[in-house]
Design a protein around this ligand. Structure first.
Ligand SMILES: Cc1cc2nc3c(=O)[nH]c(=O)nc-3n(C[C@H](O)[C@H](O)[C@H](O)COP(=O)(O)OP(=O)(O)OC[C@H]3O[C@@H](n4cnc5c(N)ncnc54)[C@H](O)[C@@H]3O)c2cc1C
Length: 493
């Protein structure tokens, strides 16, 4: 089934979400709350895109795994051509978002589909037929109902110097407190779940590399409306007072609320558990058979390709509007953004061309995907820095709001003094509002933090390029040096 935006809104309005706390109160209607309204409406846009004539051919596909048409984002690519089709579909979505809104439904659709593709060779093989069935059923439920998932991985930052099992309360990180014939009871919290407050399902998949205590080695999917699933939301960055889309064009569409997830003695039926008590099997899940790390980084490359196109456009539009585009230092900086853009573009093609054919799925090249996504952890903040540098002080003296243009006396002044060589005043103010909401507002800063940290810490991820990602190719690289060293003369004995 492919839902429409109105179907998603109805589901959330009917209460198919977790218990959400915002500023001391439990939120009743998420769709009307100022903190979540914009994001809910953008998720609705995602569903509606699947019904728009110009998107249909890219976003809808007959899905033989489900026996009906689904979103392409729930399609298992079996060969290179199908992976390309999936990438083009996701790219259409992120071009629509201008590269923002990274936790739109497609993100976790790809994960759920990936688990399904490895139902047999990983979940069945490692955890037995029950878990294999669970993975299959969870995928079919997601695809047939076109559900919106959030996810949570990382334990709260209580004390990173010790593993959570050694913390004063070992159930700050989510752990199994009880096991029955019907299922398990879990308790604890996760640091962050973007989109949690308006999601219908949760994937909880902890990073058990940090702590191999088996009580934490549990991955499951759960309806967020299950008893005890709670989200404590951070402050909303939505436009305050009389301001709106004119003043905050990014925030008013793409502010993605984040929340702390609390699982307060939550019962998880066995049917929804896909990984249990074998912490050592995380390697196959993250790095090898399933290779979740390769896949989610590939998705980030797509998101960031769209965002880099948007940021490059912003830099060029500003430079040309105010006549700084002929300065060599400005050209060099715009050139740097375009170099990143070319790297994203080539990485997407290369990850398809050099992808890996597995029995049930064709996957993007993990090394390229991880490398370029990790590059983005530093490249996107660097692009923001370039935008700050070339726009200098001009992003600050911008009139407060749209009403400044509605006062005829003031409008005459603005038209005279706020126009630039390349743009009339209204256009210029729109452009600089867009700039500020990208690099300076709370939303802009949150995105920068997201770009740096949403797939782990950049220091660790860059180090892993050496310790993990290129480990098997190390000898090939050293051999280049060895070859020369072996040809160099040795001293006479
Ligand atoms: C906007 C945003 C949205 C997010 N959304 C989600 C989401 O929806 N779901 C989800 O699960 N997660 C989400 N994340 C969380 C993200 O997964 C974590 O922030 C990320 O994994 C990094 O973990 P951390 O913040 O605990 O930092 P840590 O990994 O604890 O790092 C903190 C600091 O300590 C250093 N450090 C840590 N360990 C070591 C070590 N062993 N040796 C040396 N130095 C070390 C790091 O270099 C870093 O400087 C989101 C994050 C952000 C910023």
């Amino acid at each position: 089934m492919i839902r429409k935006g109105a179907d998603f809104m109805k589901s959330i309005k009917e209460g198919h979400h977790g218990e959400v706390y915002y500023n001391g109160e439990k939120v009743n209607d998420i769709t009307e709350s100022p903190a979540f309204k914009a994001a809910v409406s953008t998720v609705a846009d995602y569903y509606d895109l699947h019904w728009k004539d110009e998107y249909k051919e890219y976003l809808r596909v007959y899905n033989p795994d489900v026996g009906e048409e689904t979103s392409v984002t729930l399609y298992r690519p079996r060969n290179k051509e199908e992976l390309r089709r999936l990438r083009v579909g996701i790219s259409k979505i992120y071009d629509f978002y201008k590269g923002f809104f990274g936790r739109s439904p497609d993100y976790l659709n790809v994960w759920t589909t990936l688990f399904y593709a490895h139902a047999e060779d990983y979940f069945g093989k490692v955890f037995g037929s029950k878990m294999m069935e669970n993975v299959i059923e969870i995928y079919k439920e997601a695809a047939k109902q076109d559900l919106f998932y959030t996810h949570a991985i990382v334990a709260p930052m209580y004390d990173r110097s010790r593993p959570p099992s050694q913390w004063e309360d070992p159930y700050i990180q989510v752990g199994v407190v009880k096991e029955t014939s019907e299922g398990i009871v879990v308790r604890g919290a996760a640091m962050l779940s973007t989109a949690g407050p308006y999601s219908e399902r949760l994937w909880y998949l902890p990073n058990i590399r940090r702590d191999t205590d088996p009580r934490y080695a549990v991955f499951f999917s759960l309806p967020t409306e299950s008893k005890g699933v709670k989200f404590i939301s951070r402050r909303g960055f939505y436009p305050k007072q009389e301001f709106g889309e004119f003043e905050y064009p990014v925030t008013s569409k793409y502010e993605e609320p984040d929340a702390i997830l609390v699982l307060d003695n939550v019962f998880v039926p066995w049917d929804r558990v896909i990984f249990y008590k074998k912490p050592e099997e995380i390697e196959g899940f993250m790095w090898h058979t399933v290779n979740l790390r390769g896949w989610f980084n590939w998705h980030f490359v797509i998101q960031h390709y769209s965002r880099t196109k948007f940021l490059a456009g912003l830099a060029i539009a500003i430079a040309e509007a105010v006549g700084i585009n002929n300065f060599i230092n400005v050209q060099e900086k715009i050139g740097e953004i375009l170099i990143y853009l070319a790297m994203y573009e080539s990485a997407l093609v290369a990850s398809e061309e050099l992808g890996e054919q597995l029995p049930g799925i064709y996957r993007p090249n993990p090394q390229i995907s991880i490398a370029i996504s990790s590059m983005g952890m530093k490249a996107l903040p660097r692009i923001n820095e370039i935008l700050r540098s070339i726009s200098a002080g001009s992003s600050i003296p911008v009139p407060a709001g749209i009403k400044d243009f509605e006062n005829p006396e003031e409008r005459a002044l603005l038209d005279r003094y706020l126009a630039s060589k390349g743009l009339p005043s209204l256009e210029r103010v729109k452009l600089f509002n867009l700039l500020w909401d990208t690099i300076g507002s709370e939303t802009g800063m949150r995105y920068e933090q997201y770009d740096r940290f949403s797939r782990g810490d950049p220091t660790i991820r860059w180090a892993q390029m050496y310790t993990e990602v290129y480990r098997d190719r190390k000898q090939e690289l050293i051999k280049m040096v060895r070859d020369v060293m072996d040809q160099m003369p040795n001293p006479k004995a």
